[in-house]
Ligand binder design. Structure first.
Ligand SMILES: Cc1cc2nc3c(=O)[nH]c(=O)nc-3n(C[C@H](O)[C@H](O)[C@H](O)COP(=O)(O)OP(=O)(O)OC[C@H]3O[C@@H](n4cnc5c(N)ncnc54)[C@H](O)[C@@H]3O)c2cc1C
Length: 423
């Protein structure tokens, strides 16, 4: 069998390679960067993704790259709590939620791919520039970093090449660049004392201006300090056209910190924290309109290439892992061919397209809009503004939409039953 060719060695691509190995399908990853490096800052792995990493035998490595997340909290601009809920095992899931360093997760998956599939499984410096469906399979056109080009034949091409996907561009040539809705994130990490329950995702502010804080390491036994992920977010007029959506673009504190100078509560001094961050990365929050299809003959999209969304629900990386596992299940069910790609699309295109739009509408964070609407952000006890049950119902609906509703997930059969292989 020709290998399944995977475009992109990010979270989705590496999870796809590990899944192919598990189910006995040869594969090869083509990654455009010359050298793999742990890029990015914090991300969350929801229990639906942790379950899949558990099935891949990787969860014992998570403590080295992150911290179990046990709380999710929304706080008003005045520093008062709007909502707090338990997460992971504490919430009743059978699997924890993890807050981890994105780049370290990618490297963990990369090392696992090399261990399982050997050193030739990932070709770095190989940028996929296009593909041709042939009578027997698919031919992938590749530009190497050294300036040469090559063609690699495969049984399928999985487009896991992220936000600026070349495979998606060939499938939807008129789509244009990602769409910027007006928000810009400044992201970094800093060492800090634990706040709240010491492993909480804490979001403070309103829809136009907010700050996110969550730790991605346990507290050091000697210093008591944790590595904390920090995000400051401001909203601008979208017509300003801030479209340079590169996750690794560096920025300065002066670009945003003056807007946050007064955001100092007794339990959280935001300006002081941001000043401690080493490198600051700027990222205009972009997404794409839902795609009509993810499949073109023997090419199928997964991860951000299929459904890049605003990172407001902490589910981009989780869904990338789940996608790889669902694709694996479809390969087992339908064989290594276009039918598997269509079955994947039949299961996920509709709900993921709906989630893209839900996150564009601020996802779970849109509760902050309700607070503004009902009291202009001025409140003492939030129950006087929004009843507890109203928020509870809202949050439960989001978890259903994002595929991590507690009871459904706990009751769901394994995506890939242990020992299953492609016939
Ligand atoms: C450098 C970087 C830093 C990031 N930092 C953060 C962060 O701090 N917080 C956050 O929430 N999300 C971050 N993300 C996005 C996050 O990883 C994704 O939203 C999520 O994990 C979905 O994973 P994915 O594999 O679909 O996409 P990605 O993780 O973006 O992976 C795509 C991979 O494909 C490679 N690639 C791109 N084009 C081609 C091509 N034509 N041929 C071959 N390879 C190609 C890329 O180099 C990358 O390795 C980052 C992404 C990148 C690439």
């Amino acid at each position: 069998m020709e290998p399944v060719v995977i475009a992109g060695g990010g979270i989705a691509g590496m999870a796809m390679a590990l899944t192919c190995h598990e189910i006995g399908v040869p594969c090869r990853v083509l990654e455009s960067v010359r050298t793999m490096a742990p890029l990015g800052v914090g991300i969350n792995l929801q229990p639906n993704a942790v379950r899949e990493l558990d099935d891949l035998g990787l969860t014992d490595q998570l403590p080295a790259i992150g911290l179990e997340a046990t709380e999710w909290a929304l706080v008003g601009r005045n520093g008062n709590d709007i909502w707090s809920e338990p997460r992971g095992l504490l919430a009743g899931y059978n699997w924890p939620q993890w807050a981890v360093h994105r780049g370290e997760l990618q490297m963990l998956l990369y090392r696992a791919v090399l261990d399982c599939l050997g050193p030739d499984a990932v070709l770095t410096g190989h940028q996929v520039v296009g593909y041709e469906n042939t009578s027997e399979g698919i031919r992938v056109n590749v530009a190497r970093r050294d300036g040469s080009t090559t063609k690699i034949d495969g049984s399928l091409l999985i487009g896991a090449d992220g936000l600026h996907s070349a495979t998606r561009r060939q499938l939807h040539p008129n789509e244009g660049p990602p769409i910027w809705g007006g928000a810009v994130l400044w992201r970094g990490t800093a060492l800090g004392q634990p706040i709240r329950s010491s492993s909480a995702f804490t979001l403070v502010g309103n829809l136009e201006q907010r700050f996110v804080h969550y730790p991605i390491s346990a507290a050091d036994a000697e210093t008591g300090l944790q590595v904390q992920n920090l995000i400051a977010e401001l909203t601008f007029d979208p017509s300003e056209g801030w479209s340079d959506s590169d996750w690794s673009r560096q920025a300065n504190l002066d670009d945003f910190l003056p807007e946050f100078e007064s955001w100092n509560f007794d339990w959280l001094d935001i300006p002081a924290m941001m000043r401690k961050a080493g490198t600051i990365y700027e990222y205009p929050m972009v997404d794409r309109d839902p795609a009509a299809t993810w499949v073109d003959g023997r090419m199928g999209l997964i991860g951000d290439a299929a459904h890049v969304m605003y990172p407001v629900g902490s589910n981009g990386a989780s869904q990338a892992i789940v996608d790889a596992r669902v694709m694996g299940a479809k390969l087992i069910e339908h064989g290594v061919g276009p039918d598997a790609l269509h079955a994947f699309e039949d299961q996920l295109l509709k709900p993921m397209n709906a989630l893209v739009l839900r996150n564009r509408g601020a996802g779970p964070v849109s509760i902050l809009g309700l607070v503004e609407e009902r009291c202009g952000g001025v409140f003492g006890d939030i129950n006087d503004v929004i009843p507890h049950d109203e928020i509870q119902t809202f949050m439960a609906k989001y978890k259903v939409a994002a595929g991590f509703a507690i009871d459904e997930l706990n009751a769901a059969p394994q995506t890939i039953p242990t020992g299953s292989r492609v016939a």
